[in-house]
Design a binder for this molecule. Structure first.
Ligand SMILES: C[S@@+](CC[C@H](N)C(=O)[O-])C[C@H]1O[C@@H](n2cnc3c(N)ncnc32)[C@H](O)[C@@H]1O
Length: 359
């Protein structure tokens, strides 16, 4: 066989000069070829059951790799597009198979900020990964990595910028609403969008709705926009989140939301007796601890949406027990209307919502 850098075969397919390497030695040989600057990244690597085929720029003394069972070959290969279609495509020649397996491919995009989790073993390659995200996702302008756990009363997860523009503020669009926020000073999760839509759909015009633990306002504004005749009060403790909520109420032209800065327990204690037709409690870590303050604010027959964490094997038991026990102490009867898993949280924990009526 005469090996040319690239040639058409009899069927008119473009035949590319490759290193044909047994799968078990593929990574070793790939690294050696990369060191010799012999790999041609404009073609996608091909794999079959036994071999991996790397496109080559030139022959590059491949016989020295024969001890790894590598040979030269010519096969038709797919040309890569200039803009890789996926993070995997963008990194396939830059990370080893093992590193690619480790890469957490699902990450959150909040507005134009991608928030990724970098496994400890990949920390040295985080810039490479972040640059690949910028290349693949044209709408992403900032890549931030999670730099700690969600913590504290304000439920903030610190992030560190690793590529792109140096900012943590963004504009997030959801269900026809817009939210300004700073991911380093407020809590926000794009994963609750479906839940916010569900609650806004259940709310009715004319209702008085209390949104507790309101953050930058996504539940309150979502309900306000969908039900313009509902009257919504949104309570938030974090001054920064409260500031953004006020901006977002104005940005979304909601005349029917009143934002209050303060601790739910103290605010409810003062002026909200038997006033609410609906209460939203999106503080999964601790919301059940506030139920004693919420029952007095509920009209007879009010609906409460309580968010909580549960054991993935028995997701609702503890939450429902807390609801029943606190209701009993408050002299109220409750009826569980609906329960669902909102999202997986960790291997053993899920986030759940329980909807109940308080009589
Ligand atoms: C999990 S976040 C939910 C934020 C928002 N509802 C959302 O879906 O994006 C909980 C919020 O409750 C606020 N918070 C925590 N304890 C509070 C309290 N005692 N009173 C009022 N707000 C509180 C935190 O600052 C945080 O913004």
């Amino acid at each position: 066989m005469i090996l040319l850098k690239g040639a058409f075969n009899q069927e008119g397919l473009f035949m590319v000069l490759c290193a044909k390497v047994p799968r078990k030695n593929a990574e070793k040989v790939r690294q050696m070829l990369a060191q010799k600057d012999a790999l041609d990244y404009s073609y996608a690597t091909h794999r079959d059951a036994e071999f991996v085929y790397f496109a080559l720029k030139r022959e590059c003394g491949l016989p020295s790799f024969s001890k790894y069972g590598a040979n030269l070959a010519q096969i038709p290969l797919v040309q890569r597009s200039v803009h890789p279609a996926s993070l995997y495509d963008a990194l396939v020649e830059k990370l080893s198979e093992e590193e690619l397996q480790m890469l957490v491919s699902s990450f959150d995009i909040l507005g134009d900020i991608a928030v990724i989790e970098v496994p400890a073993q990949l920390e040295k390659k985080e810039k490479l990964i972040a640059d690949a995200i910028l290349q693949v996702h044209g709408n992403v302008k900032v890549v931030a990595k999670k730099a700690g756990a969600t913590a504290g009363e304000f439920r903030i997860r610190p992030v560190k910028i690793i590529a792109g523009e140096k900012r943590t503020t963004t504009l997030y669009r959801e269900n026809g609403c817009e939210f300004e926020l700073d991911i380093n000073s407020v809590y926000f999760s794009s994963r609750l969008g479906t839940e916010r839509k569900r609650v806004a759909t259940l709310a009715k015009n004319g209702e008085s709705v209390l949104v507790l633990f309101a953050g930058v306002g996504p539940f309150a504004i979502g309900i306000a926009r969908q039900k313009p005749q509902a009257k919504i009060t949104a309570i938030e403790l974090n001054p920064k989140a409260f500031e953004y909520m006020e901006k977002n109420i104005a940005r979304n032209k909601c005349k029917n939301v009143k934002a209050i800065l303060g601790d739910v327990r103290k605010v409810l204690g003062t002026e909200f007796e038997k006033c609410a037709d609906r209460v939203v409690m999106p503080l999964p870590k601790d919301a059940h601890l506030f139920l004693d303050a919420v029952f007095p604010a509920c009209k007879k027959g009010a609906t409460v949406h309580l968010y909580s964490f549960g054991d993935s094997k028995n997701p609702y038991e503890e939450t429902e027990r807390a609801i029943l026990q606190t209701a009993k102490k408050a002299g109220r009867k409750v009826e569980i209307m609906n329960r669902r898993i909102v999202r997986p949280y960790s291997p053993s924990t899920v986030q759940v919502v329980v909807d109940f009526k308080a009589y």
